[in-house]
Write a protein that binds this ligand. Structure first.
Ligand code: GTP
Ligand code: MG
Length: 184
């Protein structure tokens, strides 16, 4: 926009999505931004971003959401990529214990690379994805276990989501935007 007042109210928020391969990072973003879901798996290579504009109070916010590769051989991100992040979303699959155990590593890796000025208050969010599978009967991580992890890592907000059923996806990304904005 050529209106300087409008420009000033526009805020760009950089969000980085991390988590093991196959947990649904790309699917969550596709559902949120394009309202699309596919059962076909295509590994993310490197990193790519999508944007979405949303209105929060009197602020027009552009969420710049960075999707990353869970597969180690496709990871190629240096510290420069993480710097300037306003929020980090950690995703795991409720039905895969290892993907939950990996949260510690992703959390640590982010803090090491991004090196935020106050790691204790940096906005993270945790998404337990694929809550739709078997109507929840095949889940191996309880809501309490996940909530406990979030509580002990600085009261991180927690959402259980389904990219497939479009469950809690908007809510999760709205919380991402709000916590990132609050920390600006
Ligand atoms: P990498 O790019 O390798 O890091 O994986 P990713 O985290 O981006 O996973 P992706 O979004 O590609 O999803 C992996 C597989 O899980 C795909 O086959 C998706 O269709 C499926 N999937 C993703 N989200 C859901 C969900 O909420 N429910 C179900 N049932 N399947 C899902
Ligand atoms: Mg992906």
């Amino acid at each position: 926009s050529s209106n300087p007042m409008a420009t000033r109210r526009r805020t760009l928020l950089k969000v980085i999505v991390l988590g093991d391969s196959g947990v649904g990072k790309t699917s969550l973003m596709n559902q949120y931004v394009h309202n699309k879901f596919s059962l076909q798996y295509k590994a993310t290579i490197g990193a790519d971003f999508v944007t979405k504009e949303l209105q929060i109070g009197d602020k027009l916010v552009t969420l710049q959401i960075w999707d990353t590769a869970g597969q180690e051989r496709f990871q190629s991100l240096g510290a420069a990529f993480y710097r300037g992040a306003d929020c980090c979303a950690l995703v795991y699959d409720l039905n895969v214990a290892k993907s939950f155990d990996s949260l510690d590593n992703w959390h640590e890796e982010f803090l090491k690379q991004a090196n935020p000025s106050d790691p204790k208050t940096f906005p993270f969010i945790v998404l337990g994805n694929k809550v739709d599978i078997d109507g929840g009967r095949s889940r191996v991580v309880s809501e309490k276990k996940a909530a406990d992890w979030c509580a002990s890592n600085g009261n991180i907000p927690y959402f259980e989501t389904s990219a497939k059923e479009d469950y809690n996806v908007d809510e999760a990304f709205l919380t991402i935007a709000k916590t990132a904005l609050a920390n600006e």
